[in-house]
Design a protein around this ligand. Sequence first.
Ligand SMILES: CC(C)C[C@H](NS(N)(=O)=O)C(=O)O
Ligand SMILES: [Ca+2]
Ligand SMILES: [Ca+2]
Ligand SMILES: [Ca+2]
Ligand SMILES: [Zn+2]
Length: 309
Amino acid sequence: EFPPEDSGYHTYSETLAEIEEAATDHPGIVDSTSAGSSARGRDIPVVKISDRADVDEAEPEVLFTCNQHAREHLTAEMCLHILRRYTDGYGSNPGITEAVDNREIWIIPMVNPDGATYDVAGADYRGWRRNRQSTPVDLNRNWGYRWGCCGGSSGDPSQPTYRGPAPFSAPEIASVRDFVESRVVGGRQRITAHIDFHSFSELVLWPYGYTTADTAPGMTREQYRRFAELGNAMADTNGYTPMQSSDLYVTDGSVNDWMWAEHGILSFTFEMYPSGGGLDGFYPPDEVIQRETSRNDEAVAMLLDEAGN
Ligand SMILES: CC(C)C[C@H](NS(N)(=O)=O)C(=O)O
Ligand SMILES: [Ca+2]
Ligand SMILES: [Ca+2]
Ligand SMILES: [Ca+2]
Ligand SMILES: [Zn+2]
């Protein structure tokens, strides 16, 4: 559980309750399903928001993933904020109504439910990052594109950036992979854009992470330019700093590289508030949740719009 002064954050069960409530309150535009199970057997919920949500329509699909890293609780709040905004706003906010009528929005609020739960299970925050397999894995190093290629992860099981024994060895990542692969319909990946939310540092990041080069196999100059232009435009709306992922540091096995290289999905990472500070940066007071999640409203709207191009 979160300490009383941070009760505004959602636990796993409170997250499930939020999803249930959205589905109950907005039955026509919400459909909830599961990507699969975590290492400790928790369901990994996937929520869909669209007009005629129970029908797979030929509309561009956009994915938002949150909480790959256990202690980054503000990111789960970001995903729940998108869920609430795009359901409560339907029919009253023209931009939201337009997006829901013309897109299929997929939200996975807690990719790492075991880790998120473990982090708040003690008397104090545990500063936990990884999942809760017997040998814990850094989920954002376990994706299968150029996995472990380039010194952007660790092969040491004791390290926080341990990549696991093989790509997709973490059940959480295998589950999200399976979900994304299930969106290849009629031979075409229907998801066109994605944001993976992390904290912290206030950054907008785009691939590749495994190399510092702008262009590489599967990333032409024109494609890189599209990432950079959209990344800069989104950063202009939330005041985050835009850069190629590897300009921060080289990572291999990250979600963005896999989403782009394997599925051609315009995949970004947003590092949320705060911009700096020590380990307490992972635990901003719950008083900032509303401000720091709605800070990304315009960027989310921009990505949803771009997803149709
Ligand atoms: C997406 C990468 C480049 C940054 C991220 N930073 S975090 N959220 O773990 O502190 C990470 O190390 O996975
Ligand atoms: Ca508080
Ligand atoms: Ca629809
Ligand atoms: Ca569809
Ligand atoms: Zn993270």
